[in-house]
Ligand binder design. Structure first.
Ligand SMILES: Nc1ncnc2c1ncn2[C@@H]1O[C@H](COP(=O)(O)OP(=O)(O)OP(=O)(O)O)[C@@H](O)[C@H]1O
Ligand SMILES: [Mg+2]
Length: 643
């Protein structure tokens, strides 16, 4: 459709009309009626924020019916907040703490007058979390402010102290706070104290408009001018007005504009301590000084600060900061350590890309695995790759049995996990490099290459660099080859899944007969025969179950089968992890020779060519982009089936 001038105009006008409809203006008396109808208009900043988050919807992860969730979270009640759900991944614990802070503060608990401080390594999502809160405020329905008030004063503050109990009773709300000096001057001089006549208007939050949201970047230490926080006096007006006249005030500091909403302190501990004291009085006494000799200004705002751990440690080490430390609620924002969620972070990132994206399977998986490996603390209980899998809720096998090691157990042992390692931004940069070099077509091979290049260039400590390169060049190289071989096998074995299911069913039939000492009926001839032990062994040996271990394994499989049947589940070959692994390996082995020959061959005869083409077709169907298949198969030929 061709947009014309009138289309543009009508869009603009519609928008303006819709906004005007939401805008409201009346006297304070009119406003009291609004509050009577909707007492939530009297919400203070923390209550508003808390409601904003929970009213978007909350659900709980069902750990009972989801085995993976059970492995991940055990018996914890883990909540999912819709407000954060689509943008933040693997942050359940952090989000839970943040919401708990708001809840307690909203209820007027101990935490109301405290700073919410997010501490975490670079690129862990601190700024994004604060951005989300700010955006949430901007999307809220308008709030109401005294018209002309420089700090968007809550109209209820107009009610004199002695009348507040009566009004609180009538309105069913709590009233606290004071009007700002400028409004006070106008009330006395323009309205002769008749506060019921003062105009009240609706206002939406806006970061750019500096309405209800104040942002404090780290200030140059040589120029710690508190006007950024509390505003200033307009010097040009000083000779026009007498001393102490609030009309000289420019109440445009972060605490003024952030009244009713929030104030964000970016890299907070880069600021001088003196500077931070304003922050503390703002939370503790709900007051900030007015510039010059104008007393104090009431402020009701959520203060969120953030910085990285190094700054935090430095600040904490200084004993003179104790008073401040006491008034800070620290919420750690570590890196995510769950593979499935890390992948989602990069999917979110790639959605914004302008490239025509062609992403081969496992690309983000391998990049994410690298990120997570660098973030894990070593443990004596398993290797890092196993730890990664356990943290991902996967069932990990040990000698053919599910390994009895829980994510919870591993987490208990770790001290600083998630606070170090490769940042999300590092990975995004590598993805960007690979995308640019390859015109939007990425696969594990070129992304890994980009990562290796970046690690080599980065100024990490030598031993760190060495370990990172080992992850990329060794650990993940092997992981990828395994994944790749599985994909190629699937592409070679005509209807891989059906064959796997058949093997699975056969295995169950024979294992059951073996365990119960009965016979197997041949499906075709109906002939009864002894369970085929050779067949059972051929599957079991794939996962190194041999000799006496086999009996136990078969019993476990059958116990599993029976309990699943009792639950009324239909079983697929993927149901029991050890068996799935064994069956896939068996299928892989059965075609390894032919895959090797056909993939490696430089020239193929007619029959081989057909097989090759069919395999490529299947890879395409698996989601491999056409232009990466060649590279990937060459890679497989060179590395997977080395002579
Ligand atoms: N767990 C996560 N879920 C979703 N996105 C994430 C997560 N962790 C990081 N990100 C993304 O990574 C990028 C970097 O995050 P952000 O800028 O918020 O980090 P930061 O903690 O403020 O870092 P810095 O300390 O360098 O300021 C953002 O695009 C963010 O959305
Ligand atoms: Mg940041």
């Amino acid at each position: 459709m061709q947009a014309s001038k009138s289309d543009f105009q009508s869009l603009i006008e519609q928008d303006r009309a819709a906004r005007a409809k939401k805008a409201w203006r009346g006297t304070f008396l009119d406003y009291l009626e609004l509050v009577k109808q909707n007492p939530r208009l009297a919400d203070l900043a923390h209550q508003r924020m808390y409601r904003m988050i929970v009213e978007a919807g909350v659900s709980e992860i069902d750990v009972e019916s989801d085995p993976r969730a059970k492995r991940l979270f055990g018996d914890q009640h883990v909540k999912v907040y819709n407000f954060f759900k689509d943008e933040f991944f693997g942050m359940e614990r952090t989000l839970d703490k943040i919401v708990r802070y708001f809840h307690s503060a909203a209820m007027g608990g101990e935490e109301a007058p405290q700073v919410l401080y997010l501490m975490g390594p670079v690129g862990s999502g601190k700024s994004s979390l604060v951005e989300r809160l700010k955006r949430g405020l901007e999307e809220l329905d308008p709030i109401y402010v005294i018209e002309g008030s420089p700090n968007f004063c809550n109209p209820l503050c107009l009610i004199p102290r002695h009348l507040r109990p009566a009004f609180e009773e009538m309105l069913g709300v709590r009233i606290e706070g004071d009007i700002d000096p400028v409004t006070r001057w106008r009330l006395v001089n323009e309205y002769k104290g008749e506060y019921e006549k003062m105009p009240v208007v609706s206002m939406t939050f806006s970061v750019r408009g500096r309405r209800g949201i104040g942002v404090v970047p780290p200030v140059d230490p040589n120029n710690q001018d508190t006007s950024v926080l509390i505003g200033s006096e307009d010097i040009s007006k000083l000779d026009r007005y007498s001393e102490g006249d609030p009309r000289v005030l420019e109440l445009n500091g972060a605490f003024n504009v952030g009244n009713r909403g929030m104030v964000e302190f970016i890299e907070v501990f880069k600021n001088e301590t003196e500077y931070l004291h304003t922050m503390i009085t703002a939370t503790q006494e709900k007051m900030v000084p007015a510039p010059g000799r104008h007393g104090t200004v009431y402020v009701d705002t959520v203060i969120v600060a953030h910085s990285n751990e190094a700054e935090w440690q430095k600040f904490k080490a200084d004993h003179t900061n104790e008073a401040i430390l006491d008034r800070i609620v620290v919420v750690k924002v570590p890196y995510n350590l769950r593979l499935s969620e890390e992948i989602k972070i990069y999917q979110k990132f790639l959605k914004r890309s302008r490239f025509d994206l062609k992403i081969a399977p496992h690309t983000l998986e391998i990049a994410s695995m690298f990120a997570i490996l660098t973030r894990l603390e070593p443990t004596g209980k398993c290797d890092l790759l196993t730890k990664l899998k356990i943290y991902n809720g996967e069932e990990v096998l040990e000698k053919g049995r599910p390994k009895k090691l829980t994510a919870h157990e591993l987490r208990e042992d770790a001290k600083r996990e998630g606070l170090f390692g490769i940042s999300t931004r590092f990975i995004m940069k590598a993805l960007d490099v690979a995308l640019t070099r390859n015109n939007g077509s990425i696969h594990p091979i070129n992304v890994r290459e980009a990562l290796i290049g970046m690690v080599k260039e980065a100024d990490f400590a030598e031993d760190v660099k060495k370990q990172y390169l080992e992850f990329l060049q060794d650990t993940l190289h092997k992981v990828y080859l395994e994944l790749l071989e599985k994909d190629i096998t699937k592409a070679f074995v005509y209807s891989f899944k059906d064959q796997a299911e058949t093997l699975f069913q056969n295995y169950l039939d024979h294992a059951e007969a073996y365990v119960t000492r009965s016979k197997v009926k041949d499906p075709v001839t109906r002939e009864e025969m002894h369970p085929d032990e050779g067949f059972l062994k051929s599957i079991e040996e794939q996962i190194a179950i041999i000799g006496p271990a086999a009996d136990g394994f078969r019993q476990e499989v059958i116990a599993y089968l029976w309990s699943a049947m009792r639950r009324g589940e239909t079983l697929s070959y993927t149901a029991y992890e050890p068996l799935k692994e064994a069956i896939e390996k068996k299928l892989m082995n059965s075609v390894r020779d032919i895959s090797r020959i056909i993939t490696k061959a430089r020239t193929r005869n007619e029959e081989q060519r057909q097989k090759y083409d069919a395999m490529v077709e299947n890879l395409l169907a698996q989601g491999y982009p056409e232009d990466s298949i060649d590279t990937i198969l060459k890679y497989a030929a060179n590395h997977l089936w080395k002579d």
